[in-house]
Design a protein. Structure first.
Length: 277
């Protein structure tokens, strides 16, 4: 009787989660799949998916892949040393520094991007400061460099936290033993710290690369319409062109990258060592 009561309670408490999964995941995916695999008359077709091979879409996809890759590399180069600093800092300072890094995540995503738009524009704050010191103005707004800068700023915390979480789980005795045996910092870094923090690195890379690849807000605001990524193309098909079939078909192509990223996480982080929580 008690087991049956516990079983019924589990079913009841799992109800909201099941409703969320159905309404928030399965139904939207089903709608995207339906539109992506049909034309405007409702006939089955692969043309919407194969449209990714057209010159315009292929160029936007390659540009998005390139900028996402650059953003991910820059985030990793910044995040790993910061993770080491956080790992070795004292308890009080550690909590404060983690708070500083996650603080931007509490601010609205669009507001953060708009802030950089104000800073980087031709008569923006940065160029005014440079002009005051007689330094030539930066012509960075509406360029791929501005988009990369916006991506790095927006997604850097998603790289820092998994790496930091993986680093603090490394046994200090292992590192101390390596130093006692005469290992240099470089040897400890490349033979112990980086290999043992791979789960966090993979999680961080995925959490930065995927949103960087699919974003359209950052490229719209900091690219000024001159940097068209695949995310912008998809957004325009849904809004401006009202071609849901093509937009959904291109979205299905982008889901392939999400599936690949999930496979990478499953392969390298089976124990959840790179999870933020």
């Amino acid at each position: 009787m008690r087991r049956r009561w516990l079983w019924m309670n589990k079913k009841i408490f799992s109800g909201p989660f099941l409703i969320f999964i159905i309404c928030g995941t399965i139904v939207p995916l089903g709608v995207i799949a339906f539109y992506g695999l049909t034309d405007r008359s409702g006939s089955f077709t692969f043309d919407n998916i194969l449209a990714i091979a057209t010159p315009e879409h292929r160029e936007a996809l390659l540009l998005a892949l390139g900028l996402a890759l650059v953003s991910t590399i820059v985030c990793f180069v910044i995040a790993f040393p910061l993770g080491l600093i956080l790992k070795d800092s004292k308890l009080g300072k550690k909590g404060f520094m983690v708070f500083i890094f996650i603080l931007p995540m509490w601010m609205n995503f669009l507001l953060r991007t708009m802030a950089w738009q104000v800073l980087l524009e031709r008569n923006g704050v940065i160029n005014q400061v440079l002009g005051f010191f007689g330094i030539p103005a930066l012509e960075i707004i509406n360029t791929p460099a501005a988009v990369v800068l916006g991506m790095v700023y927006d997604y850097l915390p998603f790289m820092i936290l998994p790496i930091y979480n993986a680093l603090i789980k490394i046994d200090k005795n292992v590192i101390e033993a390596a130093y006692d045996l005469g290992a240099s910092f470089r040897q400890v870094l490349f033979r112990i710290m980086i290999p043992l923090s791979v789960p966090g690195i993979v999680s961080g890379v995925t959490m930065v690369f995927v949103p960087s690849l699919t974003t359209f807000a950052v490229s719209t605001m900091l690219g000024g319409g001159k940097v068209n990524l695949i995310g912008n193309i998809i957004e325009q098909e849904f809004t401006t062109s009202s071609n849901w079939n093509l937009g959904a078909g291109l979205s299905l192509v982008m889901m392939i990258f999400i599936v690949i990223s999930m496979a990478f996480i499953e392969k390298f982080d089976r124990n959840g060592e790179g999870n933020v929580i």
